[in-house]
Write a protein that binds this ligand. Sequence first.
Ligand SMILES: Cc1cc2nc3c(=O)[nH]c(=O)nc-3n(C[C@H](O)[C@H](O)[C@H](O)COP(=O)(O)O)c2cc1C
Length: 334
Amino acid sequence: MGWVAMPALVAASSNAGAFGFLALATAGPEEAIEMIDETLSLTDKPFGVNFHMFQPGADQIVQAVLDRKIKAVSYSRSPIPDYIKAFKEQGIVCMPTVGALKHAVKAEQLGADVLVIQGSEGGGHTGSTPTTLLLSSVLENVQIPVVAAGGFRDGFGLAASLAWGASGIAMGTRFMMTQESPVPAKTKEAYISAGVEDIKVTKKFDGLPHRLIFNDYIQKIDRSNPFSLFVMSVTSAWKYKQLTKASYGDIMRSFFAMLKGDDLTISQSIMSANSPAIIQKAMVDGSPNEGAMPSGQVAGILTNLPTCNELIQQIMREFNVAATNFKKIEGEKS
Ligand SMILES: Cc1cc2nc3c(=O)[nH]c(=O)nc-3n(C[C@H](O)[C@H](O)[C@H](O)COP(=O)(O)O)c2cc1C
């Protein structure tokens, strides 16, 4: 979770007994390496890193992960076999996230040790299959352990996933809504006050299915026709060029990279090149209504901002209640 799964949150979640993943997909290589070192200085517990194998400076990030013997790596689109081989040779757990059965099968063939399957309820870029359906079909078709993600917030969900055959759960939105999360208070309020039905998927934000809170800004993008999307994308390119001090060259380079990589329209490519700055508006600057807030639907049923430690303790209490319920059912049967 770019600008969210920062060293303080990752260390706090690992220190509390979870396994944090550091968000490096939105960082350049030097910043990424500083973030890894900062996390190492804040926890002696294991954690992993999430990055795109195609991002600029990926070679340096891979080398830093190998040198520092980071325990696990998370990735999704366009995995690079040589990187996976290097990680596996050092016993670093390769744990990609997939949102569709065919990607799960392919990821296993490419050497994944564990899969995170993210159902459509999940936040950020997401697929169209609900978590329970994706989990069932992936469990039937792969041999490696599967971790369920998308829509989880508590120990009952953990117990249900284990009963289903998963090896654990992964939660993004729930950890983003904790005390240690760096998201500004005003933006956290916007997440807490959103309803499940306010958190929907649009492809118009950056060309890929993206689950976000439909604030005024995203609603406008989602309703736009090709002409108004083009006007909006050029206006926002100009606005964000000023904001980020990016050169015309930087914007054009991202723009052509987007056009080449996916089947996007020109307007979507411009929006996509600007999307990190638009997300930062909400997640870093604390202006939720002017920016974009990637979110799982689970935000619609979150009501509090616990510390990571309180969250893990609560999850374990709930898990134990669920386990007792299972035992009662077992007892009644015998
Ligand atoms: C704000 C936000 C940013 C995210 N960014 C990334 C990312 O950069 N890379 C990634 O693999 N997943 C990303 N995700 C997905 C999460 O890692 C996780 O799979 C997802 O949140 C699980 O669903 P949940 O939100 O229902 O817990 C993001 C999710 C959110 C909410």
